[in-house]
Design a protein around this ligand. Sequence first.
Ligand SMILES: O=C(O)C(=O)C[C@]1(C(=O)O)C=C[C@@H](O)C=C1
Length: 275
Amino acid sequence: MRVGCLGPQGTFTEEAARRYFVEEDVEWSLHPSILDTLEALAAKQVDRVVVPIENSIEGSVTMTLDSLALNEELFVEAEIIMPIRQNLLTVVGTNREDIREVWSHPQALAQCRHYIHNMGAAVKNFDSTAAAAEKLAESGRTDVAAIGTLLAAENNGLEVLQAGIQDVHDNFTRFIVVRRIGQTVRSTERTILQLQFESDQPGALASVLNVFAGLQLNLSHIQSRPTRKKLGTYQFFLEVEAGWQDERMQKAISIVQTYGHQVRVLGTMNRHYVM
Ligand SMILES: O=C(O)C(=O)C[C@]1(C(=O)O)C=C[C@@H](O)C=C1
């Protein structure tokens, strides 16, 4: 199986993907950004991709949600949860007092926001934590640090100046495994829905939420995102604690559709912890 994820080697996503697909015979394909990873799946260059969707400190990875919403070919088939330990990586011989800039992926920088603020350093965004580590090693700069994995330090000959620098000790990221639509995916645990309202009316969202409540379906996540059509108009992503094939789930979807709202099933997934 060909599996795609964010590269270069040593990203958190690659770590999660390798731990999840541990028993499969995988041909790995690393991509420069989350968007490129999902595009490779749509273009049939790979069979599955793993992308981050939410972090316990910083919240949703909106690029992933928006891409799922825009591309009707994609379907989520599993969920992976992995603990995230951020590390301050430097060129050998760097003094902490000399660090003026910190380079990393925006999600990683956000997870260490207070730590970086206390250092008095500026931040610079990269497409992945491993890309930042690679660029730091190439530059040889001793006034810059990168934030990333221990593997990225090892791969690039960087020193781990400090480990576990995320602002909250218990830090977890949720990743999803995505495939192209086609074959039926079975799961018992969770379904992701995209909800769009035809018109803005009082109680529209409340009436939808009541349908799930009435059928004893627990919502584990709700996120609003712009419709991208008009300022101040939103679509919603709901995660519901039941598989797509669950009778109550099917019933909830058809009731919401009879209200005239658009509901699309973005995937159905069981949860896997990789430690
Ligand atoms: O840059 C990486 O290493 C990634 O795998 C991306 C990513 C993310 O976008 O959330 C994955 C896990 C961590 O939360 C930090 C960064």
